[in-house]
Design a protein around this ligand. Structure first.
Ligand code: PLP
Length: 245
């Protein structure tokens, strides 16, 4: 297509209650849709929102009203898209939507367990850490700090869940060290390996070039993290070498 005839399809982002981005009312959504339709080079693609947690009714109400206003102006609304893992299981309660964009559900994480959206068994992403010091009976240090787990609390008060050790709290992180404390004896020794479910999978996966895919306890593949494009070439090379032997 010649440069002059290229058109960009855009959606109107709506604030349905999460109070992040978006137009604040259905009327404002309709007004913006009408401006888009008149703007040279733009095509109106529909409506989009990142919804408030556990409030599909707010999405349904906002989007139905916005759609009605827009259609009353003679404009079609091809797509109404919502998203977010915490409310994923309630997606059907907003039938006006045509699409749902969950992200974190691919891995799940500790914040989603704490909100009741999944269980520890549903958490696919773990950070494998090694105990490097046991300086006191109720304290141990691992080789995973904020560069591995991130300092993102996501509403929690400590830095991850040690699988199988609900008695342990990761109460402090420095860059390369995590501090584990327990009420009773911590019962760990240098060299022990621990799997940690991070508070927030999205920011952790972005810290590494590749993830090990584990099936039945064995690494079956090594996948590049494509959200790190500067590392993609290297990561693909590593994966190819690892997979081809
Ligand atoms: C616009 C948008 N859609 C979808 C998602 C996916 O959300 P979640 O990771 O909660 O599944 C996000 C995450 O921040 C987002 O910003």
């Amino acid at each position: 297509m010649p440069q002059s005839r290229r058109r960009c399809c855009v959606l109107v982002e709506c604030n349905t209650g999460a109070d992040r981005c978006g137009v604040p009312t259905p009327e404002a959504a309709a007004a913006l849709a009408q401006r888009i339709v008149k703007a040279p080079g733009l095509v109106f693609g529909g409506l989009m929102t990142y919804p408030p947690a556990n409030d599909a009714a707010a999405v349904e109400s906002f989007m139905n009203r916005a759609k009605a206003f827009i259609e009353a102006a003679g404009i079609k609304v091809p797509v109404i898209t919502s998203g977010g893992t915490p409310s994923m299981m309630d997606a059907a309660k907003a039938p006006v939507t045509t699409e749902y964009r969950p992200g974190t559900y691919v891995y799940n994480d500790r914040s989603l367990v704490s909100r009741g959206a999944c269980t520890w068994d549903d958490c696919a992403l773990t950070v494998l850490a090694t105990v490097v010091s046991v300086p006191a009976a109720n304290r141990a240090i691992i080789d995973a700090g904020s560069k591995a787990l991130t300092s993102d609390l996501l509403g929690l008060s400590d830095y991850g869940h040690v699988l199988g050790r609900g008695d342990i709290t990761i109460d402090q992180l420095s860059e390369e060290h995590g501090r584990l404390v327990s009420e009773g004896p911590i019962d760990l020794k240098v060299g022990d390996r621990l799997r940690i479910v991070p508070n927030h999978a999205c920011v952790v996966t972005n810290l590494v070039d590749v993830v090990n895919i584990i099936e039945r306890g064995e690494i079956s593949a090594i996948w590049p993290v494509v959200a790190r494009p500067d590392r993609l070439t290297t990561a693909s090379g590593i994966c190819r070498r690892a997979l081809l032997g």
